[in-house]
Design a protein around this ligand. Sequence first.
Ligand code: CU
Length: 512
Amino acid sequence: MKLTPQPTRRSLLAMLAGSSAMALSIAPVLAKEPMRPLSIPGVQAIPKVGVVEFSQPPEVRDSVSLKVVFREEENPEKPGEILRYRTYDGEFVGPTIRTTPGTTMGIGVDNDLPPEADAHDSHQNMNEPHGLNTTNMHTHGLWVSPELPADYVLLRIKPGESYDHSYPIPKEHVAGTFWYHPHKHGSVEAQVAQGMAGAIIIEGGIDELPGIKGTTERVMVIQQPKPEKIERFESAAQIAGAPNKVTTINTLHAPTLRQRSGAVERWRLIAANYHDFLHIQLRRLGTTDTIDLHPIAFDGIPVQQVVPVSTVDLAPGNRVDVMVPPLQPGSYEIYKVGDHGQFDAEAEDETIGFVEVGAPLDEVAAPIPTDIPVEFSHPEILKEEVDRPLRTVTYSMKDRPEGGLPMFLIDDKEFKEGRVDQLLDVDSVEEWLIKNESDFMHPFHIHVNPFQIVEISDGSIPPGRWLDTVPLPPHGFVRMRTRIQRFTGQFVQHCHILLHEDHGMMQLIEIK
Ligand SMILES: [Cu+2]
């Protein structure tokens, strides 16, 4: 086993040392409280945490080689106790890959983790955490082939093995914000929660629009790091006992971002966390006054009308590109509004960043666009274009007679490798009704082809929005349409709460 005892380039350890949320406990999986409407709390007395300057992950162009290694840190609250993170190259976030449509992107994965007692192949129950040192690679949101050498998520890269992926990005691909993370069933939550994630930026398209072109861009990979003590996985019981969640941006706890008054910025928000729903605001420091954010793209796909919002909602896996309007000089905070027991009793109010706005710029920034030409996005799928019968998919949860975690089911079944649950035809257009018969919000995510919202039962998302991940309201539904284009092969749709996915809330899809 190789360790990479690199200097703590980022401040995660300092964050852990200063956090009161370090009490060791097992995060409850399900909110036991009844559903309540989300309310915006009053002013929270949150002290400013030191000054950590905002910084971004290093950037690479077109291709990257990632070595999967443990990073070990001493638990500041328990001297002598080692916390382990599975990481890319010893960092808590991977490098940002920038590429362009028409390019073949490369991601090499070299798994340097040690062999484990309970490897993927020999484990009895595929629908509980297992094979934590086995990995693979998923390019979340990209419209690329689900077959090797591209986005084949059934691949297993075992300890000591490596694989070089190549992903031809279609010339017609939208420009936007995507991300990569491992997707090996049974180790997805552990690996993503420990820091195996990074941004992918496809350049071009709307980047050239007046009001977007030339603005300062900030990549914000949002994570809630969760280390554990397991070196060699032996049983699912070992998973218990990880520290509580603290939200980081680019691995930094509450970093301070500095800008000039009058500047317009583009923030690429990436929910690379493993469990919580994130509700993000920009507030004047110490107040509940919000600054409207202008979303120009959801899940990397541009909108046609830019509708300013006070809160940006991200399910785990979602991305939102927002334009931040010119600010007056002063202090602001990036604020995460907790769920207050709605879906996750653990999700608390938290200042996750600060913005210090200094002396005004000399020039006046170009106005933020209000309309974006459809040529930069996907054209609407009209009802007449649908050429297959309605497909219905149902998410549910069922208590086990023996207690413990419930079963996480799609169409009454747990995931089974080798069993194709949905067979699709290439070059067809479908409408899906995705029902949620549980008390819990599940973010539905499908690989390869994005979809367009027709209706969501709680009205939280306007019809017409393109996404690859959408929260299914409890006892509600999402109706969407999707073009199944170009690519054939096997891939998955699943819940993007990664614990649910590892427990089998996933289906195998094949396009022929
Ligand atoms: Cu779920």
